[in-house]
Each structure stands twice: as structure tokens, then as C-alpha cells.
Design a protein around this ligand. Sequence first.
Ligand code: NAD
Length: 449
Amino acid sequence: MYDVINPATEKLFKTIEHLDLAGTDAVIAKAEMAFDSWRHVAPGDRGKMLRRFAEVVAEHKEELAQLEIANSGHTRGNALWEVDNVVNVLTYYSAAPERLFGRQIPVPGGIDVTFKEPLGVIGVIVPWNFPMPIAGWGFAPALAAGNTVVLKPAEYTPLTAMKLGELALIAGIPEGVFNVLPGKGSVIGARFVTHPAVRKVVFTGSTEVGKSIMAGCADQVKRVTLELGGKSSNIIFADADIAKAAATAPGSVFDNAGQDCCARSRILIQKSAFDKFMEHFEVAVKKFRVEDPSLATADMGPLISKKQFDSVQTFLDEPVAFTGSAPSGDGYWMAPTVLLPKNTQARSWREEVFGPVVSVMTFEDEAEAIAMANDSEYGLSGSIWTRDVGRALRVSRAIETGNLSVNSHSSVRFWTPFGGFKQSGLGRELGPDALDSFTEVKNVFISND
Ligand code: NAD
């Protein structure tokens, strides 16, 4: 049994049962059985079932949002957006079964065609920071391509995923096609890696665990997609709209209490604009509302756990420029904090904090900004603020990162690709090409004879 705690109150929210190894194997066997019929469901019917699944999720929007607020401490605004994200991703990929095109390639003596074949059972391993969206980014395209899914939510945040599993059945997705297995990473997640019937692992989480999963999958040449950590830069040039860059910077790093792999947790500000930026930034940070996440006005809730809270505190031995505010009392509350690290070797500058902490440093010119931003083992996200279109293009091309946003901090869009450079990951999720990572290309030559 496992106690799920409400991070805003530290009170017990629910007790759930964790699956053991034998239980995991039984569910994988069920998913393997279901694959044979699911892959042969007519494309139009599979699409229709996924659209119905999306509708049923939408009908339970308030219930799912309430669960996420209480289980994960997400703000009401975020939780509602997250349910919508699952609905949108399901709807987007519900159009895929009828569009899973192969090719016809000219050859002498016959025809040559390619097919995109489903892989089989897909293991999706989800972290605690965005339980619903990250689950959907894995299961929706996997199901659309004709695979069946075994999904393991994070220990802290299993409740919305478990609910989505129930809603799939209500929507008419056949038994065994989409399975949610609450439990430990070291038991269930590790079994996805070693079980031969699981043909691919989609992992989102820490770089450390991601590396061990990649190593484990090598044994069976198992396909793997990894979405890992980040240390993304928000680069602001002096010619930018400084007031706007400063007003939007808190949301780009403190959203979800900074527990976001795309958090722009490094601010690089051109030296000549530093004073003006910091003046506006302080006003914006102090306005950022950290409060009961169930309130519609909340910008930020608590951290997920005492462990995460303690881990974030270890970064606070660097000079503090200013902080916002946070409630006191029960709950893992922390005020948004702005640090001024002494140099680029400072821990807060190099390591992923995964909490409401941002570090600010200055740069002289474009070349230095690019060098500073690229001086990281990560490369997931980032933002560039400038009015100079040429510079926006040059810097966008020069930054080693998978997702950039110019004069904005775009969140992940389900219809565009998402993923990391360097140690931030391997492969891409979402967008029009995600189906490629849930299928194998089969080439067939048919002779004229
Ligand atoms: P984590 O790596 O500890 O856990 C992630 C998931 O993996 C959990 O479900 C966990 O139970 C499971 N797991 C743990 N050990 C395992 C093992 N040995 N084998 C198989 N599965 C195992 O990460 P976390 O603490 O849950 O999440 C925070 C981290 O995730 C951060 O570093 C963050 O940057 C990263 N993250 C990345 C993205 C992205 O898209 N790139 C998104 C969200 C989170």
C-alpha cells in the first residue's frame, strides 16, 4: 500500500495499492494478447474510439483537475489546461490511423511499397511533474499507431493516470489495450526494460534513470525515447522589449513551482540592460501569487514533496537578489527566489534545480551569450528576446537545444515536435512525426511475374 499525500497540506489524500512483479507480468501479458486484435481494428474505427476517449476525458475535466490539484499541488489554471492537453493530444492523434501512409518507391520488375507496422506493447514511464500531459504524449500516438500500452505513473502522482485508465474502458477502448500500473520504478519500470514483450520504452524523468534505462534496453535492442532534464536559458538582448521580457520571466521558470524540465532557470541579460531588467523583474516576481493551488488566482502551488523541498534548499547558499512570497505552515511551500551566482561554475547555474529558483548573469555580446547558453550538458528548451530578426535567427540556429521561443516562452504545443539535444534526451515526441517512433518501416517488393 502507498500513501498519496496532498503537498499543499501534507495530509493523506488516498491510499493505493502498488503492483508487484507478478502483477506487472500479468498486465504485460494482457497487453500482448490485446495487441493482436487492436492492431487489426480498422483505421477509421480506431480513430473513432480515440475520439470517444477524448470526449470522455473532456466530460471528466473538473474531476481530473481536482484530482491533480490535490495530488500534485498544481494550480487550478494549470490542472484544467493539463486535462485539455490530454483531450487535444488524443483528438490530434485520432486522425492518425487513417493517415499512417507508407510509400510507393519506383523499382524495375514490380512495385515496392512500405508499411508502418506497430511495434507491440509500449511501456510508458511518467514522472511526477506533469502526470497527465506526459502520459498522453506517450499513450495517444502509441495507441493510434496500433500498439497497446502499459503505463507506469510516478509514485507520488498516480491518481489522474489511474482515472484515465478507467475512462479509456468507459469510452470503449478494449480491455488490455491501455493499462495503467501504479507502483515503483525499480519494480514496474525496470520490468518494462527487461520484459521481451515490451518492444519500446518511452521514458520521461531524470537523466540518471534515463541513462540506466537506455543501457538496459540495449540488451534487447529495445527502442527507446528519452525526455530528460534541462537547464534552459532565457537570453535577453538590450534591444528587446525589456519590460515585457521581465514581466513574463517569472512564468517561464516558476510555473509548476519550477518543477518543469523546460524551466528557463538561467537568465542571461545583456549588461547594458541589467538594471532596467532587474527593476521590472523584481516587481513581477513579487506579484507572482503563490497560494492555495485550488484558487483560480494562484500562479504557483507547493513543491511536490519534502524530499524535493529539501533538495531545492541546497541551492540557496548563493547570493540572493530578491524573493517573492509564499504561505507558511503545512505544505511544501517555497517563495520564488532570484539568485546572482558569482560565476558560471556555481551550482545553481549548472545543475537542474527543479524548484522555484532562477539564476541571473550578464553577457557582453551575442557571441558570449551563445557560448554561455551552450555551456551545459543539457539542451531542452530556451527563449531569446530581441527586436533584431537577424539576431533572432542567428542565435536560434546557434543554440544547442530542441525547443526555442523568440520574444515569448511558448509551452509545448502538441502539434509541433518536442525533445532535447545532448543529455536532455533522445528522439522527439508530439507533432506530425511522432507516429514514426511508434512504428517500424516494412519494405515489400511485389514482382510483376
Ligand atoms: P525519476 O527519473 O526519478 O522518475 C521518473 C519515472 O521513472 C518515475 O515513474 C519513476 O518511478 C521511474 N523510475 C525510477 N527508477 C526507475 C528504474 N530504475 N527503472 C525504470 N523506471 C524508473 O524522475 P522524477 O523525479 O520523477 O522527475 C523529475 C525529473 O524528470 C527531472 O530531472 C526532470 O527534468 C525530468 N523531466 C523531464 C521531462 C522532459 O520532457 N524532458 C519532463 C518531465 C520531467
